[in-house]
Ligand binder design. Structure first.
Ligand code: 13P
Length: 287
């Protein structure tokens, strides 16, 4: 059964580790993440962007697929199904469809409007035991056509949003989605420390997990980050493994064109990336 992200993140914050959110794109992706979580005995959050939601034929399709896998694959570790960077309407749809967690990304609204909409969604979600992530300070880079500037959040605004009763808070601290540029300034730990000081027990979320050096990840966890989102890195390892298979001409040998064979190296590559991240985040054996 899907669970809200609340309990797993409260435990992570107290235990000084982070739970990974891995974005999913299709059946292979979902199965790879779930099986790895089970093998690592780790809690996990499956992230679905609105674009990925459309691609996978809608939120209800995804809920059906994930719930089916939890049963058929005997997944017993805590799993949350989470809308990533949701709009107000998207978040409502996911709550209806059976997601156990939603992010409302109101970071592009003026703070008053972000607060109003976040409040409404919290009351709808709370009634159903669904966790809510809010965002202050847009995360830079490009994701599904949404482009942010890598802002650094205002700690006072973070406190204002945290006080509304959100489950977890994403705050921009110079992190961006996708690959980091050569001249990236790194995470802003002074701001992260200030946010943690003002928001106390609130689990903090680090977006843009791809390509952040291990020491920075560990430092961020020590300063209150309890959820780390990873998307691009699984896509890169899937693509590299698939390219290798094709370039080696394996699709032309025997039944190598069978999708179950063609997609197998990419599937294994996602599993390896997810395992590596769970080890780095410290969530192994924390189910
Ligand atoms: P990356 O694609 O950089 O790993 O970021 C993922 C993310 O933050 C999803 O919200």
């Amino acid at each position: 059964m899907l669970v809200s992200a609340k309990e797993m993140l409260t435990k992570a914050k107290a235990g000084k580790y982070a739970v990974g959110q891995f974005n999913i794109n299709n059946l292979e992706w979902t199965k790879a993440v779930l099986l790895t979580a089970q093998e690592c005995n780790s809690p996990v959050i499956l992230g679905v962007s609105e674009g990925a939601g459309k691609y996978m034929a809608g939120y209800k399709t995804i809920v059906g697929m994930v719930n089916g896998m939890l049963q058929e694959l005997n997944i017993t570790v805590p799993v949350a199904l989470h809308l990533d960077h949701g709009s107000y309407e998207g978040a409502k749809k996911c709550i209806e469809a059976g997601f156990s967690s939603v992010m409302f990304d109101g970071s592009h609204y003026p703070i008053e409007e972000n607060i109003e909409k976040t409040k409404e969604l919290i009351s709808i979600a709370n009634a159903k035991g669904i966790s809510v992530e809010a965002e202050v300070g847009a995360i830079g880079g490009e994701e599904d056509g949404v482009i942010g500037n890598g802002e650094v959040a205002d700690p006072q605004e973070c406190k204002q949003i945290a006080d509304l009763g959100v489950t977890m808070l994403a705050a921009g601290i110079g992190n961006i989605h996708g690959k980091y540029p050569e001249n990236w300034a790194g995470l802003n730990f002074d701001v992260l420390a200030k946010i943690q000081e003002l928001t106390g027990e609130m689990p903090l979320v680090l977006h843009g997990g791809t390509g952040i050096p291990a020491e920075m990840i560990q430092k961020a966890i020590s300063l209150g980050v309890s959820k780390i989102n990873v998307n691009t890195e699984c896509q890169l390892s899937f693509a590299a493994a698939t390219r290798q298979y094709i370039e080696a001409g394996k699709d032309l040998q025997g039944k190598g064109f069978d999708p179950r064979k063609l997609l197998a190296p990419g599937f294994e590559a996602i599993k390896a990336t997810v395992k590596e991240k769970m080890e780095l985040f410290g969530s192994v054996n924390k189910a």
